[in-house]
Design a protein around this ligand. Structure first.
Ligand SMILES: [Zn+2]
Length: 306
């Protein structure tokens, strides 16, 4: 402190010095507090920024998840719509390969929309008889006295006409049979095997593969017709299969609603020997399905009705 300015007392000067020092100290403290406040404010601002960012990320993840779920459900619905509703309980799957496999399997299993009560689906086979007294309404289809279920007659005549137009000669050798008529055919067949030296049990088992008991024959349904070439009226399978009449029927019968009821490679399924002359009406849609998929009527029943 310069001497010429000492018009304050020493005490005053001291007091002033102290006061100035205090002020400086206070300012220092104030500045420190301000800095601290600023730092805190910055920290708070940074914290707020982090929180906002976190919420945006969470929202984005949530939106993506919801989108994925929507796409997954939509895919699943599309798959179900394209295939058949045999299996409603499909797991939601985004694996397209798995979906494709599922779709193919279901498509293979789908047949025409029919019920076991539809008249053209009736099944008679060894050990699986028709109801007692089963007796369909029939119409004459051949001058020799053979009848078919009235509802199948129109398609039968159309098939016969188409074969004739193609230069072929079809001859009906059996149609609807009454229960009594079938039973006598069966008993005659059993007797023949007994004559050949078979036991009663063996004779009955073998006869079933050729002529079934009453109500167990396809001929009892009124939907079966035996057809051979007019010029070769035989039940020799090796001969019939070589002739154009049989070959034409194999190719075209389904177009008129008929199937080969007892194919060669299905003897264990049908329980009946190969009968290349025996045709059975099942309606056009079912005939096409069974023929395309190499299925017998028995297999359709086993797969869809049991
Ligand atoms: Zn027959």
């Amino acid at each position: 402190m310069p001497q010429e300015m000492s018009y304050f007392t020493k005490d005053e000067v001291k007091e002033m010095e102290q006061s100035a020092a205090q002020t400086t100290e206070q300012e220092k403290n104030n500045n420190a507090a301000r800095r601290q406040r600023k730092t805190d404010e910055n920290r708070n601002r940074n914290n707020k920024n982090y929180t906002t960012l976190l919420w945006i990320v969470i929202a984005l993840v949530a939106v993506l998840f919801v989108l994925a779920m929507i796409i997954s459900v939509w895919n699943d619905k599309t798959t179900q719509a394209a295939s058949v509703p045999t299996n409603a309980s499909q797991a939601v799957s985004v694996d397209s390969a798995a979906s494709e496999v599922q779709e193919v399997q279901q498509t293979e299993l789908v047949g025409p929309q029919v019920s076991k009560d539809d008249w053209f689906m009736v099944l008679a086979s060894p050990g699986n008889p028709l109801p007692e007294g089963f007796d369909p309404e029939t119409e004459l289809v051949d001058s020799a006295g053979y009848y078919l279920d009235s509802r199948a007659v129109e398609d039968f005549f159309a098939m016969e006409q188409a074969a004739t137009d193609a230069g072929l000669q079809l001859k009906v050798i059996s149609g609807f049979r009454s229960a009594n008529r079938q039973q006598s055919l069966y008993e005659a067949q059993v007797q023949q095997f007994l004559n050949d030296g078979l036991s009663q049990q063996e004779a009955e088992a073998q006869a079933q593969r050729i002529e079934q008991k009453q109500y167990e024959s396809d001929h009892n349904t009124g939907l079966a017709v035996d057809i051979v070439p007019t010029y070769k009226q035989t039940k020799d399978a090796a001969v019939i299969t070589q002739l154009p009449e049989y070959q034409w029927l194999v190719e075209h019968a389904a177009e008129y609603g008929f199937i080969l009821r007892y194919p060669q490679d299905k003897e264990e399924v049908t329980g009946v020997e190969f009968k290349p002359w025996h045709w059975r009406y099942v309606g056009k849609e079912m005939a096409a399905f069974l023929t395309e998929n190499n299925l017998t009527l028995d297999e359709y029943w086993q797969t869809y009705f049991s």
